[in-house]
Ligand binder design. Structure first.
Ligand SMILES: [Zn+2]
Length: 252
């Protein structure tokens, strides 16, 4: 059974752990649990949604108020919580996935977001016959080093395929990179189409077919020379002009 944050809190209270006022679940890659706001908020790895009654006992010990005499108990609880087998499995899964949106913020300005959305919708309409979801999450990242973009596949409730996000390197918004921006977005949209419509990942033949069909280079994105920020901390606020290539590339 999956516990909601509220149900988890009720279970703690039932075990007389009353200091915690709120529980929140996160799909972290390494942090298993943390207490914040003076011990009032318990942040938990999402794997603990399926905590057993014994494990809930351990959590109650962990967050209980008390002096030195509870320290040993708390230590024991902490190691039981850490050693819980489903946790290590979930951590392994989380690390295998590319970083997700909740862990890395979008650095786009409002105008950049609007620009990207318009470009995406235009390309979806003109190159993909509108077969991609119009509201697919798009993000600019200032953390990517060599990568120019990525598409993160996901799964919906009933095992249905979905796309968690398409993220692009913010450097693509710099002057001189406009063509690469369109090519990279098409590249990632081709990954989205390939995954959503055929269930494939990577740069195999079905992806290459999409790439050729929509008019981006059917090769990996590695080692493409683009202009980059001088300092990695510099903000990029430029909004490229509406792509004149849109009309031109249609004829290509
Ligand atoms: Zn790719």
């Amino acid at each position: 059974m999956n516990l909601s944050p509220e149900q988890f809190l009720v279970e703690l209270r039932r075990r007389r752990a009353t200091r915690v006022r709120r529980v929140s679940f996160r799909m972290n890659r390494s942090t298993v649990w943390s207490l914040t706001q003076g011990g009032r908020v318990l942040n938990l790895h999402a794997a603990y949604r399926t905590a057993t009654p014994e494990l809930l006992d351990a959590f109650a010990d962990l967050v209980a108020e008390g002096g030195w005499w509870t320290a040993a108990r708390r230590r024991r609880a902490a190691s039981a919580i850490r050693a819980w087998p489903p946790l290590s499995e979930a951590l392994r899964d989380a690390r295998a996935e590319p970083r997700n949106r909740s862990e890395s913020a979008c650095c786009a300005t409002f105008q950049q977001s609007r620009y990207l959305r318009t470009l995406y919708r235009d390309l979806n309409r003109t190159r993909f016959e509108g077969r991609l979801p119009d509201d697919l999450p798009l993000r600019l990242s200032n953390r990517m080093k060599r990568a120019l973009g990525h598409m993160v596949p996901g799964e919906g409730g009933a095992g249905e395929r979905s796309v968690r996000e398409i993220a692009l390197n913010v450097d693509l918004m710099l002057e001189g990179n406009d063509e690469e921006l369109v090519d990279t977005l098409l590249h990632e949209m081709a990954h989205a189409a390939d995954y959503l419509l055929t269930g494939h990942r990577g740069h195999g033949s079905s992806w290459r077919a999409w790439a050729r069909r929509v008019g981006c280079r059917p090769v990996r994105l590695n080692d493409r020379p683009i202009r980059t920020r001088r300092r990695r901390t510099a903000a990029v606020t430029r909004v490229p002009p509406p792509p004149p290539p849109l009309a031109a590339t249609l004829a290509r």
